[in-house]
Write a protein that binds this ligand. Structure first.
Ligand code: NAP
Length: 288
């Protein structure tokens, strides 16, 4: 039995912790709002009052919070993970955050004789529930090999993409692609409905051809059921697209389609849809 720490028991974190518990591990959890950890506590997880306490109890600590600012607080805050002896411990950040912050955590961990990985995920709330997430890691080969068997408990595809920050860069590549599939799917539905087509039939047909993609298969049916629950929060996608565009700018890249997706999702956010799932993009057209 391994002692594992986990900070951030939201939509994704909750399901991931469940897989760690089901495999017989001792899991120490902390979340800003304790209520969101209560189901896990009933299932055998142990509550800690601060991230620092989590790091004291566990040798391997996962973090999965919302924004880079949350990651900064959890690691460097006055009750943060780095406020206790870290020698020999490993920290794995599953949050979608910035490559720069991943590099900073790596450097801090190194000076404290600890290990770290940036390891953002893809596969959505359903992937987390099923334990089939795709994990894209950045860091050292040694730490990667060390955590691989534990990460495999909630992932079906785990790859190391390079040094610190490479996991976050890979996740940005993923989000640039998803920006295209979400805007494409939404405009497709708007067009098909206006042309008087049977939307269920259209989704079924498109799913078998060259237009098939994850957004269509997973979010198309949710839109037809008028299910706009998260899933993946609009507010987090706005965060991700902003990180992707900032990183692109640093590399002197112009990404006009991603810029447009960022504008559309920012408009959606401004219309009070930030707590909805990203499939709510259709609400820019279908607003009844
Ligand atoms: P979420 O439900 O908002 O979960 C984040 C959790 O972190 C919340 O429970 C939040 O606490 C907690 N938290 C935030 N700041 C904290 C702090 N300083 N100390 C302790 N806990 C803190 O979001 P999610 O959907 O699980 O997503 C988490 C991350 O994964 C995001 O970066 C997101 O972009 C990424 N991601 C999500 C998906 C998806 O499909 N959902 C897929 C891939 C990647 P409160 O309860 O107090 O808010």
């Amino acid at each position: 039995m391994t002692a594992i720490g986990f900070v951030g028991t939201g939509v994704m974190g909750q399901s991931i912790v469940r897989h760690l518990l089901q495999a017989g591990n001792r899991v120490y959890v902390y979340n800003r709002t304790k209520k969101k950890a209560e189901e896990l506590l009933a299932e055998g997880a142990n509550w800690c009052e601060t991230p620092r306490d989590v790091a004291q109890e566990a040798d391997l600590v996962f973090t999965m919070v919302g924004y880079p600012s949350d990651v900064e607080e959890v690691y460097y805050g006055k009750n943060g993970l780095f406020q206790t002896e870290s020698k020999g411990k490993v920290f794995v950040d599953l949050t979608t955050s910035t490559p720069t912050l991943a590099e900073k955590i790596y450097e801090t961990a190194l000076t404290r004789e600890a290990g770290s990985l940036d390891a953002p995920v893809s596969g959505g709330d359903l992937g987390a529930k099923k334990g089939t997430l795709t994990v894209m890691a950045g860091g050292s080969e040694e730490v990667f090999q060390q955590v691989k068997p534990i990460v495999a408990l909630f992932s079906s595809d785990l790859k190391l993409h390079g040094g610190p920050g490479s996991g976050q860069h890979t996740k940005m590549a993923n989000q640039i692609m998803v920006a295209g599939t979400m805007t494409g799917m939404t405009e497709m539905l708007v067009y098909a409905q206006t042309a008087g087509l049977d939307l269920e039939k259209v989704i079924h047909t498109l799913s078998g051809g060259a237009a098939s993609n994850w957004s269509l298969l997973n979010y198309g049916p949710r839109i037809l059921k008028e299910d706009y629950s998260p899933g993946f929060f609009v507010k987090h996608f706005v965060k991700d697209l902003k990180i992707a565009l900032d990183e692109a700018k640093k590399m002197n890249l112009n990404l006009p389609s991603t810029q447009l997706a960022y504008k559309l999702y920012s408009d959606l956010s401004a219309e009070s849809f930030e707590e909805h799932g990203t499939q709510a993009l259709i609400k820019l057209w279908w607003n009844d």
